[in-house]
Write a protein that binds this ligand. Structure first.
Ligand SMILES: *[C@@H]1O[C@H](CO)[C@@H](O)[C@H](O)[C@H]1NC(C)=O
Ligand SMILES: *[C@@H]1O[C@H](CO)[C@@H](O)[C@H](O)[C@H]1NC(C)=O
Ligand SMILES: *[C@@H]1O[C@H](CO)[C@@H](O)[C@H](O)[C@H]1NC(C)=O
Ligand SMILES: *[C@@H]1O[C@H](CO)[C@@H](O)[C@H](O)[C@H]1NC(C)=O
Ligand SMILES: *[C@@H]1O[C@H](CO)[C@@H](O)[C@H](O)[C@H]1NC(C)=O
Ligand SMILES: *[C@@H]1O[C@H](CO)[C@@H](O)[C@H](O)[C@H]1NC(C)=O
Ligand SMILES: *[C@@H]1O[C@H](CO)[C@@H](O)[C@H](O)[C@H]1NC(C)=O
Ligand SMILES: *[C@@H]1O[C@H](CO)[C@@H](O)[C@H](O)[C@H]1NC(C)=O
Ligand SMILES: *[C@@H]1O[C@H](CO)[C@@H](O)[C@H](O)[C@H]1NC(C)=O
Ligand SMILES: *[C@@H]1O[C@H](CO)[C@@H](O)[C@H](O)[C@H]1NC(C)=O
Ligand SMILES: *[C@@H]1O[C@H](CO)[C@@H](O)[C@H](O)[C@H]1NC(C)=O
Length: 701
């Protein structure tokens, strides 16, 4: 009796621990939004992946009809350097000098006299497409239309894509899964077509395009076959294809069960075929790595670890349940939240911050932007998914030495964070006028550090961020310029505010940046106090004497002295960054809520919403919700100009910038803030008549 009772209670305890505080039936909500498709989407693949690696599939479950991409954190390539005299080396790049408060400062900007090396630095290294894997129909050229009864299901709960169709009356079933542990896809094929060696898979390898800023929807060149090489080592149940593109080399390691052999289809191409011998089901894995060292995982191993990983992903951290059954807006928002969570684990959880298009295709040559780190990963903190946040947040520490160099080179103290970066170990930032003059990326580490401290107010957290905060705060304090006539510290000129659409030589004291500067220096000061260390005087002096927020007609404006802002089509159509004063940022001591409310109303009345995209709608939702208006917040998230397609991908402002994941991650942050609430405004903040259940959120500042 006793023994069995204790067994029962042990079992109960284990069950409770496993489920945590979950009350919401997460599994059935997640599965309600499983993708069910019957055709390929040119711009939006069905993806499987692990944050550092993703494979985009068409309706076949592989890349049979559309060459969707296989992208990674580590696959990059340099084109050869220009041969132009005096521009043939990186050290030949000198940038441009601009007058900055009475002195010439050297900025990392393209120089017309150094056009070629400037452009090389912008475009290199670029991210590469690791390869294409598709179904092989015995050498016949099949189109998607020839397949009948096409069905494809992405099971979000287990991260598995099941595709099926019939060809010539014979059915084919394909299952595709990505490993959470290595950059591997695992595939099973089931079909009677496998009986006679006329059916299998092909592998193809493209060269890097390198010249396209937006390499979308398909990355790389399959026709530049003479510019790169592939080498095959074939074994009984495995093969290694080594792909070399100039200085870049990596392996694709293929492993299968049963009989079969990988063969090159045609000399001069980089296409290989694996056609199994007489079987009815066939399983293989393909692992990509700079150098495959150990035997790749089997299909079964990948299937099990993916299932476990995804189940844990959905079961831990926060969750929100909206009244989908009774309200169609709630259902649409729930759909977006669930699909976005899947996509951000695949595309926005790598060792480096994500590029805007994640691992779907390439924008800005595959590079990431430091000001966008906030939009890509801030939501993980509010949703209590710290392990995914931690994968890339170390970027500040990793590149601290080059941030110090950047500041020093410009005659500033401290560490100035770069802008458009790649996986280059030196932490260089691509040349650009906006790239070199944007400043709102600087206080991000303070926001992250403070959120982390609220979660874990420990010595360890203080130490983790101390060096970065010192470096960045020293720069921020030193960058602010003491104006003798007004007796305050100015930001800029020259500078670009969040919206990137003003004359940098005239831009001074933008509202959002003033608030963020003060917030950042405040956190840095608290950080020292918490460690019982001395707060540098300059941090306090600058924080307490920053220029006042610019106000015109009782509303906050973009920057001090801006003309006709509300009627300027140029300005009133870009990011309304100043709405971040309340909601995104905790209230500045000088924030006047009446004035803020006026500002919000003016944006609603005069902004060209049709031109907004990306994180603008989440930003407006945060401001509305922080003012207590959950109804309006939801309206912004579901605004007609803020579309999320059938696959859960946000449509960018134009096709080339699709998908635009800052919109997805921004929505998750807005929803997380609305669910978890803020200091002084407990959540959830949703429409009043909605019955919303939330669990596991971290509240916001
Ligand atoms: C494919 O799916 C779409 C959208 O769900 C549906 O409207 C259409 O009828 C389907 N087509 C076929 C052939 O099943
Ligand atoms: C590209 O070139 C830079 C500068 O030489 C180097 O630091 C970087 O490692 C190279 N990257 C690749 C992928 O070859
Ligand atoms: C800003 O001033 C610099 C000189 O300091 C000049 O080279 C540059 O062209 C100016 N930029 C604009 C947009 O006026
Ligand atoms: C295969 O068919 C497609 C669509 O009809 C066509 O564009 C392509 O050129 C064909 N490829 C070959 C190798 O015949
Ligand atoms: C169509 O596919 C479904 C799902 O794989 C299967 O159950 C059904 O039998 C197929 N129908 C035909 C006519 O092949
Ligand atoms: C290769 O394909 C690209 C487009 O994908 C095209 O612009 C280019 O002309 C092609 N090059 C050759 C050598 O066929
Ligand atoms: C491929 O190599 C040839 C010969 O060196 C060169 O002219 C061509 O530009 C290269 N193609 C690409 C896409 O780099
Ligand atoms: C490819 O070319 C090599 C060397 O010319 C030759 O030995 C080999 O048989 C060829 N392979 C095929 C599949 O044509
Ligand atoms: C859904 O909720 C929103 C927000 O409260 C409301 O405006 C809308 O009328 C509701 N729709 C339905 C169909 O009940
Ligand atoms: C000092 O501030 C005033 C008001 O913002 C501004 O017009 C002026 O340009 C600033 N002085 C200098 C030297 O930047
Ligand atoms: C806030 O601004 C309003 C409108 O300009 C003004 O009437 C009010 O006095 C201000 N409040 C504070 C605390 O400054």
């Amino acid at each position: 009796m006793l023994a069995s009772r204790s067994l029962v209670s042990t079992w109960l305890l284990a069950a409770l621990v496993a489920v945590g505080d979950c009350e919401i039936d997460r599994k059935s909500i997640v599965r309600q939004f499983n993708l069910r498709l019957n055709q390929s989407h040119r711009y939006s693949p069905v993806q499987i992946g692990n944050g550092n690696f993703a494979f985009g599939a068409d309706v076949s479950g592989l890349q049979t009809f559309l060459p969707h991409n296989t992208l990674s954190s580590w696959g990059w390539h340099n084109s050869s350097l220009p041969t132009t005299p005096n521009q043939a080396d990186i050290s030949d790049f000198t940038g441009q000098d601009w007058w900055t408060h009475g002195r010439l400062v050297n900025y990392n900007q393209p120089n017309p006299a150094e056009k070629d090396i400037s452009q090389w630095l912008i475009a290199n290294p670029h991210r590469i497409n690791l390869g294409r894997i598709g179904l092989w129909f015995g050498g016949e050229n099949i189109t998607e239309d020839e397949l009948t009864n096409r069905t494809q299901i992405l099971d979000l709960w287990e991260g598995t894509v099941s595709s099926s169709f019939s060809w010539n009356g014979k059915s084919v079933v394909v299952k595709t899964i990505a490993s959470p542990n290595t950059d591997t896809i695992a595939v099973t094929l089931g079909s009677e077509l496998l009986k006679n060696e006329g059916f299998g898979v092909f592998f193809d390898f493209p060269y890097a395009s390198g010249k396209n800023k937006f390499d979308a929807p398909f990355v790389g060149l399959f026709n530049a076959t003479s510019n790169h090489t592939t080498r095959l080592i074939s074994r009984k149940n495995s093969a290694t294809i080594t792909h070399t593109l100039d200085a870049t080399t990596y392996d694709a390691e293929i492993r299968w069960n049963g009989d079969g052999q990988v063969k090159r289809t045609n000399n001069g191409t980089h296409r290989y075929v694996l056609a199994p011998k007489s079987c009815e089901t066939f399983a293989f894995t393909a692992t990509f790595a700079p150098k495959v060292r150990k035997s790749p995982e089997s299909f079964q191993a990948v299937e099990k670890s993916a299932k476990d990983w995804w189940k844990k992903y959905w079961s831990t951290g926060a969750f929100v349940s909206l009244p989908s059954a009774t309200n169609s807006s709630a259902k649409e928002l729930q759909r977006r939240i669930v699909l976005t969570q899947y996509l951000l684990a695949v595309n926005g959880a790598g060792k480096d911050p994500a590029q805007e298009s994640g691992l779907v295709n390439n924008g800005w040559y595959g590079k990431y932007h430091c000001e966008m780190i906030f939009w890509h990963i801030a939501h993980w903190t509010v949703w209590n998914k710290w392990n995914l946040y931690d994968r890339s947040v170390g970027v500040y520490d990793r590149f601290l030495p080059s941030s110090y160099d950047r500041a020093k080179h410009q005659g500033y103290q401290g560490a100035r964070i770069g802008k458009m970066q790649d996986d280059n170990p030196s932490g260089w930032s691509a040349p650009g006028e906006i790239n070199s003059l944007l400043i709102w990326q600087q206080p991000h580490p303070m926001w992250f550090a403070e959120m982390e401290y609220r979660k874990s107010p420990t010595q360890k957290t203080l130490q983790k961020w101390d060096k970065v905060l010192v470096g960045v705060a020293d720069f921020m304090a030193n960058y602010a310029w003491y104006n003798q006539s007004t007796k305050v510290y100015d930001l800029g000129p020259p500078m670009y505010p969040v919206s990137e659409n003003t004359n940098p030589n005239q831009t001074i004291n933008p509202s959002f940046e003033l608030a963020y500067w003060r917030f950042g220096l405040d956190v840095a000061a608290k950080w020292k106090e918490r460690q019982h260390k001395v707060v540098p005087t300059s941090w306090r002096t600058v924080k307490d004497n920053l220029a006042p927020f610019p106000i015109q007609d009782n509303a906050y404006v973009l920057y001090e002295g801006v003309k006709d802002m509300w009627t300027s089509p140029e300005i009133a159509s870009d990011h309304p960054g100043f709405l971040g004063l309340y909601g995104w940022l905790p209230p500045d001591p000088r924030l006047n809520l009446t004035v803020f409310q006026n500002t919000v109303e003016k944006v609603y009345a005069s902004w060209d919403l049709a031109n907004l995209y990306g994180w603008d709608f989440p930003l407006m939702a945060m401001a509305a919700a922080r003012l207590g208006d959950g109804e309006q917040a939801v309206r912004w998230l579901l605004d007609a100009n803020n579309q999320v397609n059938e696959l859960g991908m946000p449509e960018g402002g134009n096709r080339v910038a699709t998908p635009y994941f800052p919109a997805s991650a921004g929505m998750m942050l807005a929803v997380g803030m609305m669910a978890g609430g803020w200091d002084g405004l407990p959540g959830p903040v949703f429409p009043e008549n909605w019955n919303v259940e939330v669990e596991g959120f971290q509240n916001s500042m």
